[in-house]
Design a protein around this ligand. Sequence first.
Ligand SMILES: Cc1cc2nc3c(=O)[nH]c(=O)nc-3n(C[C@H](O)[C@H](O)[C@H](O)COP(=O)(O)O)c2cc1C
Length: 358
Amino acid sequence: MNDQPDSLQLGLFMPNCSNMSAISTYRAVPDEWDYESNKRIALAAEAAGFDFLFPVSRWRGFGGDTDYLGTSLETMTWASALLAVTTKIRVYSTVHVPAFHPLVVAKMGATLDHIGQGRWGVNLVSGWSKDEFGMMGIDLLPHAERYQRTKAFIEVLKGLWTQAPGCFNYDSPWYTIRGGYSLPQPVQQPHPPIVNAGISADAKAIIAEHCDWAFISMFSIASAHATVADIKTLGHARGRDVRCAGFPFVLWRDSADEAQAEIDKIIAHKDTVASSNWLNGLNLQSGSFDQFTLDMMTLGAGAFPLVGTAEDVAVKLKALHDVGLDGVLMVFQAYHRDTLRFQTEVMPLLREMGVIAR
Ligand SMILES: Cc1cc2nc3c(=O)[nH]c(=O)nc-3n(C[C@H](O)[C@H](O)[C@H](O)COP(=O)(O)O)c2cc1C
């Protein structure tokens, strides 16, 4: 494992959901959402020296020809199985705050941390899809309040994970805890790493105060730099070091032209209906979206494209590391194949450049 603090941590944004790599009907390999594929990818990533595996939490698909992310493995049970078959790599779960009580997540999380002997982490997301939560009869709160609730959720988790059993009390509009008791406590002390994957001011405030990692969207190296600087400065103002990871779509071939031709093929088969449903759900705007936005959405739902030769990819990963990113969760076109290729074709270059440990 690549655990030196200044190494770029390598992660996979795993295909625990169908069509994970692209909102497109073009596929280089059969869909890898099923458990056997996830296990094969996890074992390959661990053998290659990757640092972490990260899932998406979804409860229904986004329609169109792909029904993007419509079939998905639930991320606590998914992590449980992967932690049991691996020994070194960190495995995260992604938890939707509105769907769980924090006491249940504290217990499940501690269980997972024991199964993995200190290798579990949690991404707490506030939720944004009205269709998903509408299906459960849960109304999404207004944005600021949604994040206040996420903050309360994290405070309950931390209280249960760190205070003596029976001692933790908590009051908030969403959760009331009296004599909070949850044993075992996690293996990792004071608690497993807590991630948030929001980039709004509401999200950043909570990340700075409470999270160990921010997993961010980025649109360019410059935008990654700005977001990372902002989050780290907010953390430092509270005396905390927050680490940041971004999510790129990584595709490489022997020549840059070949790589671009593959990207063109993915985009030519884009599922405009599913992409529009996704963007409308995010409430960015409603109605129709321009060609460029839809093309960019096609690759891993807005992942930052790192495309070219193996060397181009390594140089761009170094550039992201140089602007302050501590980790990447990569979307691959064909996860198992590309994990093996990444190990032999890109990782040696990253080692030579000093981006990951030798
Ligand atoms: C790397 C990453 C992973 C995310 N994973 C999920 C997820 O699994 N489920 C989900 O509902 N939202 C997920 N999100 C969406 C965020 O939780 C958040 O809603 C979105 O980034 C908008 O940010 P904001 O709420 O700060 O405006 C993810 C975002 C990022 C950047």
